[in-house]
Design a protein around this ligand. Structure first.
Ligand SMILES: Cc1cc2nc3c(=O)[nH]c(=O)nc-3n(C[C@H](O)[C@H](O)[C@H](O)COP(=O)(O)O)c2cc1C
Length: 247
């Protein structure tokens, strides 16, 4: 619980490699996560090879290299292995579809979270790379992912070279609804975000970015519509290519 409440993403690492035994422990913790039907619809591609890290990093817009991470784990939704097992057993699988893409993605993310917590428990740092979704097709090619396997996230792991403060969250009441969903008034939502918005570094960010408020940093700078549309289309194409959508 201490590890959980002290979680922070680490974005700067010492050059020190992570011991193979430690990586094994981290993966062992990952596979203890709940998994749909006990099917383990995920695979982890653990990259420690310098040459492969150098090839992977540009697909994450340089994040792996700039963080100096010695390990990048590409966490994949994988219905391939399970389907192959069914076929080899003379059973007929039907998991190459959206329902099982979502199930496999949930499985993969639960395992990824275990991985992060175990890494942190062992004194290492970790950070999720959402950029995995933006260049999923290129990652499939680089990592030789077969049909039925698609990357959903990546986790970099290493020895921390920074000790950042905890990142604030919305107040608990923002995310909890009792019995049924209680929709918000605009004012209630503004109030729920006001604490974050009043932090000094957020005020500075708003000023530096020439935006009117924090919401505009998200909509115009961090995750603007153009990128959202482009990358949605790209990921949908990869889902098709990897056999999860059939028309
Ligand atoms: C789906 C997802 C994608 C993320 N992508 C990135 C990323 O590409 N780069 C990065 O530095 N952090 C990334 N993060 C980390 C978040 O920025 C971070 O969790 C958030 O700011 C809260 O900070 P904390 O983890 O230190 O509490 C991602 C987190 C999630 C869950």
């Amino acid at each position: 619980m201490k590890t959980l409440f002290e979680h922070r993403s680490i974005r700067r690492y010492t050059g020190e490699p992570v011991d193979d035994n430690i990586l094994e422990t981290i993966v062992a913790a990952a596979v203890r996560a709940s998994t749909v039907g006990g099917m383990q619809l995920y695979s982890f591609v653990v990259t420690t090879d310098k040459d492969m890290l150098d090839k992977l990093s540009p697909l994450h817009f340089g994040q792996i290299a700039s963080m100096g991470a010695p390990v990048a784990v590409t966490v994949c939704c994988d219905v391939h292995r399970f389907s192959r097992w069914c076929q080899a057993s003379g059973a007929t699988p039907s998991y190459h579809n959206m329902l099982w893409y979502v199930n496999g993605t949930i499985d993969a993310m639960l395992a990824a979270q275990n991985m992060i917590l175990e890494a942190e428990h062992l004194g290492l740092g970790a950070c999720i790379l959402g950029t995995t979704l933006y260049n999923a097709e290129e990652i499939c090619t680089l990592l030789s992912l077969p049909e039925g396997v698609i990357p959903v996230t990546s986790v970099v792991i290493g020895h921390p070279a920074e000790n950042p403060p905890l990142v604030e969250r919305l107040p608990i009441e923002a995310v909890v609804h009792r019995n049924v969903y209680h929709d918000y008034t605009d004012q209630q939502i503004l109030d729920l975000w006001s604490e974050k918005e009043s932090l000094d570094y957020v005020k500075q960010l708003v000023e530096q970015n020439n935006t009117r408020n924090l919401a505009e940093i998200f909509t115009t700078k961090r995750y603007p519509q153009k990128g959202n549309v482009t990358f949605t289309k790209k990921y949908m194409d990869t889902l098709r290519k990897q056999g999860f959508i059939k028309e």
